[in-house]
Design a protein around this ligand. Structure first.
Ligand SMILES: CC(C)(COP(=O)(O)OP(=O)(O)OC[C@H]1O[C@@H](n2cnc3c(N)ncnc32)[C@H](O)[C@@H]1OP(=O)(O)O)[C@@H](O)C(=O)NCCC(=O)NCCS
Length: 197
């Protein structure tokens, strides 16, 4: 078992009692399994629409599996899928240092504003750090992701492999200095989806 897989297996699921919002749902965060995929895809279509498949981030994810142990779902107390987040292995430029790309993050539209997105983000960042990853990049709304420590401060010499808005290209160092000197176009580095017979 790889170091990442071992640490993933040791990691605990999280249970949340809500954040004091009106309907205060109880939800839990666990590793995604194959059985969650249909509901996850339906949630993403519902939350983000069909354009989600045309994003530049998709070029780094297509045909790859998420980073080991870093695909999470949130579930309500009655078992319904409430949210999803996954992280992907990338390299910072050709032959560059390894890092992670986060996304998509999405919460079921009827459960927005209850803290599920924040809980997924905090869980994903903390698990990635525990596994020894050094930096996480994403393309998203800075006003949302700033609360988790993401900013565009260290992405100016990096680029996504396709169209994106520069001020939405954000990063978080899990190890101080991990992005110092990083430059070039982000490359996919995840394991390829195996086409099993
Ligand atoms: C973005 C998203 C994941 C947030 O999930 P959530 O569970 O509603 O978020 P939380 O309850 O943890 O946080 C809610 C807070 O984030 C703020 N927020 C939500 N989306 C925001 C955005 N795009 N920009 C800035 N702030 C945002 C809310 O105003 C709220 O602020 P408050 O705490 O001051 O009241 C969810 O709205 C979603 O699935 N959106 C559609 C898909 C999407 O856009 N994904 C992100 C791609 S960038």
């Amino acid at each position: 078992m790889s170091q990442h897989a071992m640490k993933a297996a040791q990691s605990q699921d999280s249970v949340f009692s809500g954040f004091g919002k009106a309907f205060d749902p109880v939800f839990s965060i666990t590793q995604e399994t194959a059985a969650d995929i249909p509901a996850r895809e339906a949630l993403l279509d519902h939350a983000m629409g069909p354009k989600r498949r045309r994003k530049s981030s998709e070029k780094l994810r297509r045909g790859r599996v998420p980073a080991e142990g870093l695909a999470f779902i949130a579930r309500t107390a009655d078992g319904a899928l409430a949210g999803t987040v996954r992280l992907w292995d990338i390299r910072l430029g050709h032959g560059g240092a390894p890092a992670l790309l986060l996304g998509p993050l999405a919460v079921a539209p009827d459960l927005k504003g209850a803290g599920i997105g924040s809980a997924l983000m905090q869980h994903a960042v903390s698990e990635a750090a525990k596994m020894g990853h050094r930096a996480i990049l994403l393309v998203g709304d800075a006003p949302y992701y700033a609360r988790f420590g993401f900013s565009a401060a260290k992405t100016d010499r990096l680029a996504m492999p396709g169209p994106y808005e520069k001020d939405r290209f954000l990063a978080l160092e899990l190890v101080e200095g991990a992005l110092d000197g990083a430059k070039g176009v982000i490359q996919p580095a995840g394991r390829k989806v195996s086409i099993a017979a």
